[in-house]
Design a protein around this ligand. Sequence first.
Ligand code: PEP
Length: 260
Amino acid sequence: MTQPVGSAAAARPIVAANWKMNGMRRDGRDLAQGLARLKLAGGELACDIIVCPPVTLLFELRDVLQAAAIALGGQDCHDAEKGAHTGDISARMLVDCGCHHVILGHSERRANHGETSETVARKAATALEAGLNVILCVGESEADRDTGNALDVVGDQLKISLPVQGSTKDIVIAYEPVWAIGTGRIPNAAQIGKMHRHIREIYKATKSGDVNGLRVLYGGSVNAENASDILSIEGVDGALVGGASLSAEKFWGICAHYGE
Ligand code: PEP
């Protein structure tokens, strides 16, 4: 039987799709079915695949994804277990819909909803408590990069966003430079490699634990054409993909890097 994502196969690379606020029910079904077909026909990959659709599609897509051993994730959750939080979704609700994962601290949440790293840490603690694996996003702005502050900014974000709970088994970091998201611009290989090494050091210092097995994904304008170059950089353990994940073929083209 295929190992479910987020289980003991903890150190496998991950390719995760963030559909953001895209997809009516029919589009979502078509996209998930297309991806499931490609996965079932494509043979074994040396990575786990996670799809994070809008919350309206989670339950609807659960079975078709599960049948292809593609894991389901949410794009956010609240830091409270339940209660008077109109419009919000709890970690346990995500679990109830079949999710094993949740993206937290995405730069669009930080920018559009004023989420601080302290909030992200609280959300991560609640998500872990509910049994979810956390994909924790960090990344610098273009101004931070231009002024030479990228390492410090990302390091500080990570230190504060990491919850006390959790380990490399259930926390994955996604390095997503804000200026690279949806822009077609990407840092060069040296910049990505340096940041991923820095993230490992900060993780180790903050959690004072074993950093072996920590997966650090890269996110920001990854597509089927540039995937192999990016995913071959030392210290890059997969990708978080936005735009290119809205096409089953394009997303599969990224996952296929981990094929035979
Ligand atoms: C994202 O939003 O997490 C992302 C990486 O987007 P894109 O791939 O479109 O840059």
